[in-house]
Design a protein around this ligand. Structure first.
Ligand code: TXA
Ligand code: MG
Length: 342
């Protein structure tokens, strides 16, 4: 455990310290009624990149943005009548809604993995709500454990799993639910359950008066991005490990640069990280992919990125972006481009 790790039980001072840290771009673990979350300012890509670094996640799944109430969530996500009915019934609580982003959504691309949708939740734990109110910004928070380990339901679990990687844990005692929130996708006309949790499909169906489709069993339903490549895929072809330009072979390419890569011969260079910093590159990843994806270029070349630290997740993401596309898919249709998960 890091000597700098602070574990603080509930107090006004502890909450304002945690809120100040989050606003400054630091990570804070906090209790929710489901599991402890590893929080970062969802609008700050550097802070969100630090979540992935701390968790040692090998891929960039989109994260849930947490809010103190429905109205704060509605500033970032578009609520239709169904979303409002579910929010009214189950919030605050263990339900996450995947909705379309507002056009002026300030949550960063790394939080949403470049998707046009955003996952929003209002947790019921009083400490979480007070913290979220004090931060005044959306807080991205996956479970506060290293990737592949069990989800933490006490501050001690968090300290054991992430202690050396984070600076502060708010201790709210053991979590009541102990199971992650139910995730419901409302971005289409259907109601799709992406992740089962404490709130059941029957409960959701009863409130909406419609059928709830399970993503796992229905091949036509959108899958949770963790399970497949419904992530943002650029329209242009993507080439990995590009060590040199070759216009005869690849046409006019824009290079996503990293460290001391060769930039000669490329039409343009967008830097993931000029200094070869994996956390900085992760923070820039989705924004630079979007920026590179312009019709004036023939393709996107990616400089070699070492498979260490967040380089593993960056390379995983780039491999998906460069995977062969299904024919006749439009460039903006991310659900039909790319093959299934590698
Ligand atoms: O109980 C919970 O939900 C905990 C506590 C801390 O709130 N949080 C949590 O977050 O489990 P996370 O990031 O581990 O789970 C995110 C889930 C994943 O299954 C992810 O694929 C899905 O939500 N998700 C997030 N954004 C999405 C999006 N735009 N479209 C589809 N699925 C999304
Ligand atoms: Mg988790």
């Amino acid at each position: 455990m890091s000597p700098a790790l602070t574990i603080r039980p509930y107090s006004e001072g502890a909450l304002s310290q945690a809120a100040a840290k989050l606003r400054a771009g630091e990570l804070v673990a906090f209790p929710t009624e489901t599991v402890y979350g590893l929080g970062a300012d969802a609008t700050n890509a550097d802070a969100v990149a630090a979540i992935f670094a701390a968790k040692q996640r090998p891929s960039f799944n989109p994260l849930i943005s947490h809010f103190p109430d429905r109205d704060a969530a509605a500033k970032q996500a578009v609520f239709d009548a169904r979303a409002d009915m579910l929010a009214k019934e189950f919030w605050p609580g263990a339900l996450t809604l995947v909705l379309k982003k507002q056009s002026d959504c300030t949550v960063c691309d790394l939080t949403t993995a470049g998707l046009p949708s955003i996952a929003v939740r209002v947790p019921a734990h009083p400490m979480a709500r007070e913290l979220l109110r004090a931060v005044g910004r959306p807080v991205a928070a996956p479970s506060a454990n290293r990737s592949g380990r069990i989800s933490p339901t006490t501050a001690g679990h968090v300290a054991h799993s992430l202690g050396s990687a984070i600076g502060m844990i708010l201790d709210g005692g053991p979590c009541g639910v102990g199971l992650e929130s139910t995730v419901i996708d409302l971005t289409t006309d259907r109601v799709v359950m992406l992740r089962p949790g404490g709130i059941t499909a029957e409960q959701v169906a009863k409130v909406l008066g419609t059928e709830v489709v399970m993503a796992e069993t229905d091949d036509t339903a959108p899958k949770s991005p963790g399970m497949m490549t419904s992530h943002y895929a650029p329209g242009l072809p993507v080439r990995l490990e590009a060590t040199a330009a070759d216009t005869a072979k690849y046409g006019h390419e824009v290079l996503l640069g990293f460290g001391d890569c060769t930039t000669k011969g490329f039409d343009a260079v967008l830097w993931l990280s000029k200094t070869g910093d994996d956390v900085e590159a992760a923070a820039n990843l989705f924004a630079k992919l979007h920026e590179a994806d312009q019709k004036q270029f023939d393709g996107i070349a990616i400089a070699p990125i070492p498979d260490i630290g967040l380089g593993v997740a960056i390379n995983d993401r780039m491999k998906r972006a460069s995977a062969p596309r299904a024919p006749a898919s439009s460039s903006s249709d991310t659900s039909s481009s790319n093959s299934k998960s590698p």
